[in-house]
Design a protein around this ligand. Structure first.
Ligand code: NAP
Length: 364
């Protein structure tokens, strides 16, 4: 791993919870103002937004970037004052000590890097990155005695239901039935964090819902917005998803770092919407009066079987995949009460967020 710029910070450790035995704090909380924070996935949709907010809060920020990470994003991050360290979390032959050296001396590590994929051919990559990468981050934090790890998980690791009911952080994981690698690997990544906790790591987990919002790096959800605005979602599955503004997730990450209880998960969600409602709300944000129709539930199995049959020949740019169809007739609706009660995170205004997202998508 090579540092692209030298860490230019003289700040000491942040508000690490006092503990005098040299081991990880049992319930550490890190207030990011004045803290040294290392972010994996800093070149991504959430990572860039987090980096901006951390810098605004007075943190000294470093982060992991790959040799292949977009040049424009690296330039933007360096301009922001972020120190970039080069490394690849999926590289099997990477020096195991390099990541520990990179995170050493930081008050907080935010592990946001992951591959979000809905292609079966990406299963191996997702296992190496999402599970193996989390293992490497956990081991590095343990080796460097990092006071706190904030692991960015997902509602995919909490579960899905086949009825419109709400799940909370204590739900049994049921998403294995989907046989979708992103869900499986985000679930297994949490297992890696639990392994670290058992070895004394102070870690807290956040589980964001589907994140919408404008950012330096556009999200997968911006693609959904583009498809909706182009009128390509006139027929939608009878399904539901929780949709959260990006700002709420950033707020939730900082709040969980500062006040989250060790070993605890916090769902960072917004509104529980049927997919056809989401299409209408995105349309309204763009000044369109859309009236999507529901596909019959029984079509779900057939559609997925057909998609599986043709998937090997379908190029990556086609975003409708068997793994996406797996949520046909299923709900990812969540109770966000714990984050509100324990972290004070109140979901932001989704319509304002959708309007800003539409504006960014239209601006190209
Ligand atoms: N977006 C959502 O709606 C959503 C919802 C719930 C949870 N999450 C979680 O939030 C986190 C961030 O998601 P995102 O939307 O920001 O995703 P993203 O825009 O795709 O960013 C992914 C980040 O991970 C990095 N990365 C991927 N493979 C890596 C590797 N092998 N080594 C090092 N870095 C690697 C990417 O680096 P490059 O720039 O080099 O590609 C990028 O910085 C993920 O953990 C995701 O599971 C996202």
């Amino acid at each position: 791993m090579a540092s692209e710029t030298q860490p230019g910070n003289s700040a000491g450790r942040g508000s690490r919870t006092a503990h005098d035995d040299g081991g990880p704090a049992p319930t550490g909380g890190v207030d990011v103002a004045g803290a040294r924070v290392f972010v994996t996935g800093v070149t991504g949709f959430l990572g860039t937004a987090l980096a901006k907010r951390l810098v605004d809060e007075g943190a000294t920020v470093s982060g992991l970037a790959r040799a292949t990470s977009a040049r424009a994003t690296r330039r933007w991050l360096r301009h922001l004052g972020v120190t970039l360290v080069e490394g690849d979390l999926a590289a099997d032959r990477a020096d195991p000590h390099a990541l520990a050296r990179a995170v050493d001396g930081h008050d907080l590590v935010v592990h946001s890097a992951a591959v979000i994929g809905y292609r079966r051919r990406q299963r191996g990559l997702m296992a190496r990155t999402n599970v193996g990468g989390t293992r490497r981050v956990v081991d590095a934090c343990l080796a460097a005695d990092v006071p706190r790890l904030l692991h960015v998980s997902s509602i995919a690791a909490v579960g899905v239901t086949d009825e419109p009911v709400l799940l909370d952080e204590d739900a049994d994981w049921t998403a294995g039935v989907l046989d979708a690698a992103y869900f499986d690997t985000k679930h297994e990544a949490e297992g890696e964090v639990r392994r670290g906790l058992a070895r004394g790591l102070d870690a807290v987990l956040v589980n964001p819902a589907a994140i919408y919002g404008p950012s330096q790096v556009p999200a997968n959800s911006s693609n959904v917005v583009r498809q909706i605005l182009a009128g390509r979602l006139g027929l939608v599955p009878p399904s539901g998803v929780n949709v959260v503004p990006l700002d709420t997730v950033v707020e939730g990450c900082l709040a969980a770092a500062a006040r989250g209880r060790t070993g605890r998960r916090y769902i960072l969600g917004g509104e529980n919407l049927w997919l056809h409602e989401l299409v209408k709300r995105v349309g309204a944000a763009g000044g369109l009066d859309l009236a999507p129709r529901l596909l019959p539930t029984r079509l779900g199995g057939v559609a997925r079987a057909l998609a599986e049959l043709v998937e090997p020949w379908v190029p990556d740019r086609v975003w409708f995949t068997p793994d996406m169809l797996a949520v046909f007739g299923r709900w990812m609706w969540f109770d966000t009460g714990r984050a509100e009660r324990e972290l004070g995170v109140v979901p932001g205004d989704l319509d304002a967020c959708l309007r800003a997202t539409v504006e960014q998508v239209r601006a190209g």
